[in-house]
Design a protein around this ligand. Sequence first.
Ligand code: PLP
Length: 421
Amino acid sequence: MDVSAGREQAEALDAADPVAAFRDRFVVDDDSDLVYLDGNSLGRLPKAVAGRLDQVVRDEWGHGLIRSWDDWIDAPAQAGEVLGRHLLGARPDEVLVCDSVTVNLYKLAAAAARARPERRVIVTDDDNFPTDRYVLAGLAEERGLELRLIHADIDAGLDLGTLAAAVDDDTALVCLSQVAYRSGALLDMAEVTRIVHDAGALVIWDLCHSVGAVPIELDAVDTDLAVGCTYKYLNAGPGAPAFCYVRRDFADSLRQPIWGWFGGHEQFEMGPTYRPADGMARFLTGTPPIAGIRAVQTSAELLAEAGIGALRAKGVAMTEYLVALADAWLEPLGFRLASPRDPAQRGSHVTLHHPEAWRICQALIQRAKVIPDYRTPDRLRLGPAPIYTRYVDVWDGLDRLRRVVEDRVYEEYSAEPTRVT
Ligand SMILES: *Cc1c(COP(=O)(O)O)cnc(C)c1O
């Protein structure tokens, strides 16, 4: 892609963008020239979510009080249905919105391990997100299982030959991220599922960096289990509850490890012993966070209105543009692409390697009003969320980035990492 036409090219791309109007559906400070390229860590606030939260707090809680539980009781499944239908390719009774990714992963992994009692091995890759590796390691220790960490390249992602060689008739489950959090490398869900099923094992997907960014067809690829968060491309707000998916035909055979009253049969009978609810409902635990669940449903409806196909198309086009600008301007300054070059092989974010990535990241935020992410060991992660990011944001962001490096502004910043990066 030739980027020599300058900023006008970005303006023309924005003018032709079929989802451009959705930017107005988000809270964006009009007087700010902030370039936000971190939609894959915390999405912007949709105006409809602010309104919905206000309604939940003032009307449903403030006015309705305890009476609102008649509606609230169905909230986790209702939000799950919207999410499942529009963004996950799942049927209504296969998705719940509840708990965090971490807790949902524990519940699903524990249930999956128990569903393959004669098998001793859990497989994941050594570059999977920390919480995934930690939860699986804890589960393996608790159950006397082995956690097998297979190697994934931190730029190119997991090679499927490596996966195929690592699964066998002792493998109970395989847990992988569809889109790698650092590089954005995208796995072929159908192919991975086939490899895992051929070995007789179960697969759990972490969809945190893919939901809302790439089309997902959980039912169509006949996969087993999935978790994902809602505060990244889904824009439901910090700490908004996560989702979990269990394929319909085997929810009833799984044992949920956290026996809470919300996952029990006939909850309000307050019976003497726990009996699991039928189907997916058994994966609830305790009282669900209603305000956050309402936010998830509203933000999923907004993405559904834009259409995941259109958002993916823009995500591909925008990251292609970003990569072309990086090739032209940043490679001569010592940057190297640390994501797959083929857009079909990556999600909606792009990572660049530079030995001074941490100091450059601080200079960008504090001096250039550009917000990227720093990721260890020496990478700058740029996540232009398709629903509200403009091509001119990508142009401006990379233009300011090259200046920060050319002018050596970053040398004024400390090499010491802060607590949150
Ligand atoms: C963001 C993210 C998480 C976060 O898990 P929480 O329980 O919500 O903190 C987990 N996995 C991946 C791949 C992520 O990107």
